[in-house]
Write a protein that binds this ligand. Structure first.
Ligand SMILES: [Fe+2]
Length: 240
């Protein structure tokens, strides 16, 4: 048997992604339909079969709403079909926690979720929002399962790892970003990502892809020991 493109045929690959910014022109991700398609072709080449794309919904920076995103998602999906890509694209969102988001959950707005009503959320990188507990309560009350995007990247978690324990106790799912494990966002972020793998607290792995230049980092991550260890965990990616 020969070696695979990832170095050894025994290496695992991720086939279900749950975090990416591939709807063109709506946030800091892909800018055009062509760019989205190029990235999706790259992902197909890496072995991905299902990609959940999660554009930002963030009132102050990316004021998207669910219905506009659905229209753009349809356009992209049709292009994928025309080109016969061997990959399924699904739409969810990455919700920034702010008062606007809180009021929308309270008003029973149907959120963009993936799998078994998982909702991807993010906070400011510096501080935990004061409304955190309330948002989690409201999400759960509405039947959603909160997933914190890239917990390894928040300063308040790097400063106090015990918060991760609280998250696990509250059954908040944790989505680690693949390239964090090779230090793409910094050393502190890498340490937390590796700590989560060691603790077996990784629920989802995501790529958080925004553009084509990040594909190289994803390639580099594949043979990484911590990444391979993460993929051997009973990830919820495998249940999608
Ligand atoms: Fe993201």
């Amino acid at each position: 048997m020969g070696m695979s493109i990832f170095g050894s045929r025994k290496k695992r690959i991720l086939v279900n992604d749950v975090h990416s910014h591939l709807i063109p022109g709506v946030d800091d991700g892909a800018k055009t339909l062509d760019e989205s398609i190029s990235i999706l072709k790259d992902l197909e080449g890496l072995g991905f079969k299902q990609v959940v794309t999660t554009p930002h919904i963030y009132r102050d920076l990316y004021p998207n709403d669910e219905s506009d995103l659905k229209v753009k998602y349809q356009e992209l999906s049709e292009r994928i079909k025309e080109l016969k890509l061997n990959l399924e694209l699904k739409l969810a969102a990455e919700y920034f926690i702010d008062d606007h988001f809180l009021s929308r959950i309270k008003n029973n707005v149907e959120l963009l979720s993936f799998g078994d009503r998982y909702v991807l959320i993010e906070t400011s990188f510096s501080t935990l929002p004061l409304i955190w507990d309330e948002v989690i309560f409201e999400l759960k009350s509405s039947g959603y399962k909160p997933v914190l995007a890239h917990p390894e990247r928040y300063q308040y978690i790097m400063d106090d790892r015990s918060f991760l324990e609280r998250l696990k106790m509250n059954n908040i799912k944790l989505q680690v970003t693949a390239v964090s494990l090779i230090g793409a966002y910094g050393v502190g972020q890498q340490k937390i990502a590796r700590y989560l793998v060691k603790k077996k607290w990784v629920d989802f792995i995501g790529t958080d892809l925004h553009n084509r230049s990040q594909i190289e980092g994803l390639n580099k991550t594949h043979p990484n020991r911590f990444y391979q260890k993460a993929l051997a965990l009973p990830l919820l990616n495998y249940q999608l």
